[in-house]
Design a protein around this ligand. Structure first.
Ligand code: CA
Length: 229
């Protein structure tokens, strides 16, 4: 359930907004001065703030600016004066929307819902989950570029990590050393095919229990390597 903060000094308006939002299953808190509203907005985690401009002790412009300095909470400004809308635009306060009083409460609810879903989409993108490969006790976090073997983290160089990840992503596929060299080292002039052998050896020392009998990266004699799944 989303939590909405209304900062509004006119009791009748605050009540009307609160009633309509509660009917749409929102949790609503009302503060009737700018400074108390700001304090609450900063201290608690609201999903959206509805902010009046003409407030006692601290105006809505200042409240909006101070919220924005710290948080990305969506802010919808409501104002009795049409002129304020130009001012809001001009100031670039970071308000997400504005409505002129009087407005229909159902329009307010519709806008609140629209902003909440937009904000959820934005934050969902930011907390995207890491891409992880897990095979028999070997865990590769591709996003964080970290590797664990039986729960213990192992350190890999960039090329070792790239080579291991490439093989693990293409299991049961036999690659020749030439192919692996092309895939991982691409156009780099450093090293040659022997580099692949050296890297495979180092990777095995980190991930295999018994390097003479590897269970992850197999040697296919005369051909190359294969990651077993
Ligand atoms: Ca007011």
């Amino acid at each position: 359930m989303s939590n909405i903060l209304i900062i509004e000094d006119e009791e009748a308006i605050a009540e009307l907004e609160k009633d309509y939002l509660e009917l749409s299953a929102f949790n609503v808190t009302v503060e009737n001065t700018g400074s108390r509203g700001l304090q609450r907005a900063l201290k608690e985690d609201y999903d959206l703030v509805i902010l009046d401009l003409m407030l006692p002790d601290m105006g809505g412009f200042e409240v909006c600016e101070k919220i924005r300095n710290v948080k990305n909470t969506p802010v919808i400004i409501v104002s009795a004066k049409k002129d304020d809308i130009d001012k809001i635009r001009g100031l670039g306060l970071g308000a997400d929307d504005y409505m002129t009083k009087p407005f229909s409460p159902s329009e307010l609810v519709a806008r609140v819902k629209a902003h909440l879903s937009r904000y959820e989409r934005l934050t969902a993108g930011r907390t995207e989950r890491n891409e992880i490969i897990e095979i028999r006790g070997l865990k590769i976090d591709k996003t964080a570029r970290r590797v664990w073997v039986a729960g213990e983290e192992k350190m890999f160089t960039t090329k070792e990590f790239d080579l291991l990840t490439f093989l693990a992503q293409n299991p049961n596929h036999v690659y020749s050393k030439e192919e692996l060299f092309r895939h991982i080292w691409e156009m780099e002039s450093v090293g040659d095919i022997a580099t692949v052998t050296v890297h495979i050896k180092k990777i095995r020392e980190k991930i295999e229990e018994d390097t003479s009998n590897p269970k992850y990266i197999e040697t296919i004699w005369g051909v190359g390597y294969r990651f077993r799944i």
